[in-house]
Design a protein around this ligand. Structure first.
Ligand code: FAD
Length: 554
């Protein structure tokens, strides 16, 4: 398409705003109009929880760009409080309702971009619309939550749903001095991750005196005479709080697209091709509302994240204005801070692999717990990292990590490796920044690659923590006696690594040996030593630390 087109954009935040700005940079001739049903455009939804916690002190800071700036800098006509209520595809026309006056009018388009986002899920349970029960999506929601907390002097909060937004709200409400309880239907918070990787988050929440009700769901709400809200629980119990935040996921806004007869995918999002084009060649869709391809599986997926929405908006503008651009698909690369702990992930979790039946028996996983920078430099913090890769060729499938420092940096590197179809052998060889205060000469990324490559080359035989309870292996703890005495696997026999050569007669030759240490390094040495002496030995990846995390300990 040539420039000079009339481009109409529905939704003025992440995807919509980036599309509008990009379109203008590519074409001075295009007429660009952006419709937003809310009162604000281009605000930082990701910053909303932090404004509630007063970490971000001024609401203005959340406003990335105003309608005025859009007009003056980009010559984009921004119409707030303007809901697009229908699309007439035959006449390439939309109907817009001015929410201030109630009047409707039509606008013609050459290209239409839908970026309506996703709405918070509201559970179909009694009392869901009671005052004091909130969801969080935009500035008006944020104002209402702040006002409720301030005006009512709320002392306690119930957060329903322990995903990213729920946990960010938890942290920020605690920072406001509220006592918070989190109810989560799954057995662990951050349900997108594997349970053993979330253990540091559970510990941190407990340390911050957040009460966790895991494997529990809310059945309804009731207003109590003292102004509090009572939440009934499926187990028969109840929770009471002065405010409830519902954060049980989001659902793509597809009403407009559906009513216009655009193709909707099986997962409920607007179907688009890799150029962000819908089933109508003059209509594009981006952001939380669309179903896109998963970069790893190639299947359809819904990933409501700001990064993909921004990139898709830009790609839609490029394609509309004649450039050949394609979206690569999503990996779900995400990070969340929970007080002092950072958790990040990219690619597929083991849970997802099992649910989809992918790489059946053909994937391997390793755990490691390296320091985020050189141990000898003060302040080194542990990162717990899980890497999942193909047994066949070492292709990286997914990574999750938790710790206090340097977590997202490692996950970002692995995210890029996944997007470049790299393998664990590439991680082994990656050349990364190093000075003692930032990393190690063998960065955790290199170490992850080395451990995985050792497994694939047959230099390392590993076992998983689950195998401790399977069959009747001889469980060998090769840590020092003092470490062993502080806590160990129940059936383990302790032979410290440095004594193993002289005490090898205590190791049975007719049983599988599962050696472990704290994190998997000394047990790897033990495994090498034992294997070369004729024993059937394996090293438990991630060691006692992963075992404890998996068992729900520290
Ligand atoms: P949105 O940004 O939601 O914008 C859609 C807009 O379209 C809305 O303002 C809506 O009012 C408008 N609209 C809908 N229908 C119409 C219509 N018919 N007419 C006119 N306007 C319409 N992602 C991250 O990656 N990292 C984070 O840390 C993070 N934190 C978040 C925290 C919170 C509290 C929330 C709510 C989201 C967070 N996200 C985060 C998700 C991220 O904000 C979204 O993925 C991103 O904003 C999606 O962009 P979008 O353009 O698809 O939708």
């Amino acid at each position: 398409m040539a420039s000079g087109k009339r481009i109409l954009i529905v939704g003025g935040v992440a995807g919509g705003a980036s599309c509008a700005a990009r379109a203008r940079r590519l074409s001075e001739e295009a007429e660009i109009i952006m419709f937003e049903k809310g009162p604000f455009v281009s605000f930082a939804n990701c910053g909303l929880p932090f404004y509630i916690g007063d970490v971000i002190e001024k609401e203005d800071a959340l406003m990335v760009a105003s309608p005025r700036l859009f007009k003056e800098r980009f010559n984009v006509d921004v119409r707030v409080n303007s809901e697009v209520v229908s699309i007439d595809r035959r006449n390439s026309e939309i109907t817009v309702k001015d929410l201030s006056s109630g009047e409707t009018y039509m606008e013609k388009y050459d290209a239409l971009v839908l970026s309506p986002g996703a709405a918070p899920v509201r559970l179909p349970i009694p009392g869901i619309d009671l005052p004091g029960v909130f969801t969080l999506r935009n500035i008006p929601d944020t104002r209402q939550i702040r006002e409720w907390v301030w005006e009512k002097g709320s002392k306690s909060a119930l957060v329903v749903g322990g995903g990213f937004i729920g946990l960010e709200m938890t942290e920020n409400l605690v920072k406001r001095g509220l006592t918070v309880t989190v109810v989560e239907a799954q057995s662990h918070v951050m349900p997108a991750l594997d349970p053993e990787m979330v253990s540091p988050v559970h510990s941190e929440l407990k340390r911050r005196e957040v009460s966790l009700r895991l494997g529990e769901s809310v059945t309804g709400f009731q207003s109590m005479p003292d102004g509090s809200i009572r939440a009934g629980l499926a187990s028969g119990g109840e929770e009471r709080a002065d405010i409830v935040i519902l954060s049980v996921g989001v659902w793509p806004e597809t009403k407009l697209a559906r009513e216009a007869g655009l193709e909707i995918g099986d997962l409920g999002g607007i179907r688009v091709d890799s150029r962000m084009r819908t089933s109508d060649p003059r209509i594009w869709a981006v952001g939380d509302a669309v179903e896109v391809r998963d970069f790893i599986t190639g299947g359809w997926t819904l990933i409501p994240l700001a990064g993909p929405a921004n990139r898709q908006g830009r790609i839609a503008a490029d394609v509309i204005l004649g450039r050949d651009r394609e979206f690569r698909g999503v990996q779900g690369t995400a990070v969340c801070g929970v007080f002092d702990v950072t958790v990040a992930s990219t690619g597929l979790s083991e849970k997802t692999l099992k649910r989809l039946g992918l790489w059946n028996g053909d994937y391997e996983k390793i755990y490691l717990h390296p320091a985020h920078h050189a141990l000898y430099y003060p302040g080194a913090k542990t990162i717990s990292l899980k890497l999942i890769f193909s047994k066949k060729d070492g292709r990286i499938i997914g990574c999750q990590a938790a710790g206090k420092e340097g977590v997202e940096k490692r996950v970002d590197v692995i995210s890029m490796a996944i997007q470049s179809n790299r393998t664990v052998f590439d991680l082994e060889e990656a050349e990364l920044c190093y000075a003692p205060q930032y990393g190690s000469a063998r960065d955790p990324i290199n170490v992850a690659g080395m451990i995985a490559a050792n497994v694939l080359r047959g230099d390392s035989s590993i076992a998983q923590w689950e195998e401790i309870d399977q069959g009747a292996p001889f469980v060998l703890d090769v840590r020092d006696v003092k470490e062993f005495d502080k806590g160990h696997v129940e059936q383990a026999v302790n032979i410290p690594l440095d004594q193993l050569r002289t005490r090898m007669n205590e190791v049975p030759g007719d049983r599988d040996i599962l050696a472990y240490c704290l994190v998997g390094q000394r047990s790897y040495y033990a495994m090498r030593l034992l294997s070369q002496s004729g024993f059937k030995a394996k090293s438990i990846t991630g060691g006692y630390r992963t075992f404890l995390a998996a068992k729900g300990g520290k």
